[in-house]
Design a binder for this molecule. Structure first.
Ligand code: ASP
Length: 501
């Protein structure tokens, strides 16, 4: 058995997971009907009806698996409801007393708990790591002037990359016009299938008021912020604590800083150990996503998905390399080679926060960024810098507007630049939040919020894709800022992931 390096194993896990998931994909024409006395499966129906007192209340077609499940769940009173199923051989069957309807699970999704444990372990590390490393990072930047300088550079760099990212997204959406390629029937079907899920997201009622947004960054209770995993509030508290630890007598500050230094180092060592299971975890996560994903919907939303992916590709492989070349002497290939496991973890977990411990380890031990810069720039970037999400929000807003027949003028598109940049800052670094924060962008240009029902079906896949540039931009900022401070060390050759083996 050849001995592969860890990052190679992770990539193999990713590819094999996708193949495994495709082989053991959930059958889109098969359903499990749970009745009081057990369960039965039906397959290959041609038509599917809900009956009440023997009259048809809803009719579904062969490819309506998801609509059937969701519609049955949404029925308020299931008592007298019967299912009539017309099978492909022409026969009919009636099923009564059905409590729930589900997809039939396969081994493709059954291994997912391994991946879930991996993601939970990384998330478990993320909050203490952000807190501890930012306190240490801010405290090690010695004086307020230095912190303001590094903080200013970091935020400036993040703002620059976000505005360019959003502009790339808008350009792609204007050129490709994905919304104008969608027909009315597909629109109706998507709205029917996902309107309940859209409503749940809309009910979360995100605030678009910039004043509220800024006020909310200040935690009333930092311990609650930590318990809730509210990253912006944690960042605010940690930076202030770090700054003021330097202002008090060093005999009092030292033990506190040493405590957080120890906590942060322990978290990093822990992540190196957790990464040992990464190849298997990545395998199960990707297998489950592929097995569960309804590829039909990808067809319906092909132009939209392609527009987002083309935008993200330009961002990652054109904008970032140009910035890397402009601001550092690092070779583009060396930079991306060092990022392999960061990319695989970001893609399979869809979470910048879960990826943060890996990003920190790689920046410090592979890219030669000193701890005091990495521990300040990366947690801040994970929280506020989401170029991929910002680009996606711009494309999504344009797409929904196009489907609804709105023609957004230049001023409205400039409004998208501003609101998407803000919405991305407010997006928590965990899966799926970018979609909720998109509501802010939609509201700002008067596009109906219910429109998110159109894109929910492909959100998970696009979330995986947008999380990749979200984390690469953080590493990029890290090397750019370290370099500008004259503190960038040597980049390590393509050695194995430090400390893992
Ligand atoms: N999943 C993204 C991240 O963690 C956030 C989002 O766009 O939903 O970076």
């Amino acid at each position: 058995m050849p001995k592969f390096k860890l990052h190679t194993k992770i990539i193999i896990g990713l590819v094999l997971g996708a193949i495994f998931g495709a082989i053991f994909a959930i059958n889109p024409n098969k359903l499990e009907l749970n009745t009081g006395g057990g369960s039965e499966t039906v397959e290959n129906w041609q038509e599917f009806f809900f009956l009440k007192k023997d009259s048809v209340i809803k009719t579904f077609a062969a490819n309506d698996q998801l609509v059937i499940i969701k519609s049955y769940k949404a029925l308020k009173d299931k008592k007298d409801v019967k299912l009539k199923i017309k099978l492909s051989d022409g026969s009919e069957k009636i099923v009564e007393n059905v409590s729930s309807i589900e997809k039939v699970r396969t081994i493709g999704v059954m291994l997912k708990p391994v991946g879930d444990i991996f993601v939970r372990l990384l998330m478990m590390i993320a909050v203490p790591l952000v807190l501890a490393s930012l306190i240490v990072g801010a405290a090690s930047l010695t004086d307020l002037k230095h912190i303001a300088k590094i903080g200013g550079k970091t935020l400036g760099f993040y703002a620059l990359t976000a505005v360019v990212a959003i502009s790339i997204g808008l350009a792609c959406a204007n050129l490709i016009q994905p919304g104008n390629k969608m027909d009315a029937v597909s629109k109706e079907r998507l709205m029917d299938t996902y309107q309940d899920e859209a409503k749940t997201r809309i009910d979360q009622n995100v605030s678009m008021n910039i004043v509220d947004f800024l006020v909310n960054i200040v935690p009333k209770n930092p311990f609650k912020a930590i318990a809730d995993g509210d990253f912006l509030q944690i960042v605010f508290f940690a930076i202030l604590t770090g700054i003021f630890l330097v202002q008090i007598p060093s005999d009092k500050a030292k033990p506190v800083i040493t405590f957080f230094e120890g906590l942060s180092e322990a978290m990093i060592v822990l992540v190196e150990k957790i990464m040992i299971i990464a190849p298997y975890a990545v395998f199960t996560l990707i297998a489950a996503t592929v097995a569960e994903f309804g590829f039909n919907i990808l067809q319906t939303l092909l132009w939209y998905s392609l527009t987002v992916i083309i935008g993200l590709t330009i961002l990652t492989f054109v904008e970032y390399p140009l910035l890397l070349k402009a601001f550092t002497k690092i070779k583009v290939t060396d930079f991306f080679r060092a990022q392999k496991q960061v990319l695989a973890v970001a893609f399979s977990t869809s979470s910048s926060a879960a990826t943060l411990p890996v990003t920190m380890d790689v920046c410090e031990k592979r890219l030669g960024v000193p701890n005091k810069i990495a521990s300040f720039v990366l947690p801040l970037g994970t929280t506020v810098n989401m170029d991929g999400t910002a680009l996606y929000q711009a494309v999504a807003a344009m797409f929904i507007a196009q489907v609804y027949g709105f023609d957004l003028n230049l001023t409205q598109q400039l409004t998208i630049v501003l609101t998407a940049a803000l919405a991305a800052v407010g997006t928590a670094p965990v899966p799926g939040i970018g979609l909720i924060m998109l509501l802010i962008v939609l509201r700002s240009v008067g596009v109906p919020e219910e429109g998110i029902a159109l894109i929910i079906g492909v959100d998970r896949i696009l979330d995986m894709c947008r999380t990749v540039p979200n984390v690469i931009a953080d590493s990029l900022a890290c090397v750019v800022i370290a370099n500008s401070e004259g503190e960038l060390g040597e980049i390590l050759p393509d050695a194995d992931y430090p400390g893992t083996m």
